[in-house]
Ligand binder design. Sequence first.
Ligand code: FE2
Length: 380
Amino acid sequence: MSLVDNTSLKLPKENPEAQDFLPLLGTDHVELYVGNAKQAAHYYMSAWGFQPLAYAGLETGMKDRVSYVLEQDKIRLVLTSPLKPGGDINRHIDQHGDGVKAIALWVDDATGSYEETVKRGAESYFEPKTMKDEFGEVVLSGIHTYGETVHVFVERSNYKGPFLPGYRAWNPYYKPESTGLKFIDHMVGNVGWNEMNKWVAFYAEVMGFAQLISFDDKDISTDYTALMSKVMSNGNGRIKFPINEPAEGRKKSQIEEYIEFYNGAGVQHMAMATDNIIETVSALKNRGVEFLTVPATYYEDVLDRVGEIDEKLEPLRDLGILIDRDDEGYLLQIFTKPILDRPTLFIEIIQRKGAKSFGKGNFKALFEAIEREQESRGTL
Ligand code: FE2
């Protein structure tokens, strides 16, 4: 089953400055290293509406780890926990808590993607390898990006199995209803002081991406928090990676708080797209997902700022959904509180109605909400 249909290849280039030498067809999956994959899988199913897809562990010949694969429309999450002490996964969890290890990218040629990116300066994570089972074969390769995060290139055109060789279909009795999440819209990295431009250059030079938008601390600063952000995108626009770095503020920036608790650079949030944000967020709230809220005053003048929208304002206000507009349309978005004990990873729900930007007009209201949370944690 393919994640994104191949018609993507015929779409006009969304970001004409990017050179699509890989090219990337979409996000294949996101792998998180977690302390308890079985329970994390239940959380993503019961709270988020992901469906069980595949499993690897002792029963499938995997000796040192277990992985549960979940899917919702085109989004696939892999939750991996170690089965023994020591080793890279335990060390990763010790350093970072639960977090995103791999942003896996779907390609036609994992060997060529590896060779091209390593030639351009990427650090190898693992060399191309072919994995086979009765469903066919997959070629995987990997390179490092910011912090301990990696990109895995996945070539799966000759594979018909549920996920990857080594995994078997996972078909438990419990299959919750979807919450309407469709695909990964963007994945945001937080990097350290003065490191944003280094990673912007990495995505430009090594991956052939181009910059879509930039913000600086004049755009994104409240009384306390400041950050700088640049958005890198591949040529077909399917892969968008905003990169944030902290900026000087009066008190500790949310990016610094992240870096402190994650112990370095890493994925700050995954943005998942829906085509009905009111239904999706209602379902998520009913299942226990907690979102950041903005003051009621946000809604008093929001329509003066963004103009007319298709939705009624009332349900958006009741759910705390934010609205922003750019030259091409508008977008609706909302952010969860951190989904882990450490104040690190969170999830954004986004519905785009033409807008291709990231909600700059909401940053101030949003960051004030984050600061209220930081204040309650004593980390401001
Ligand atoms: Fe975002």
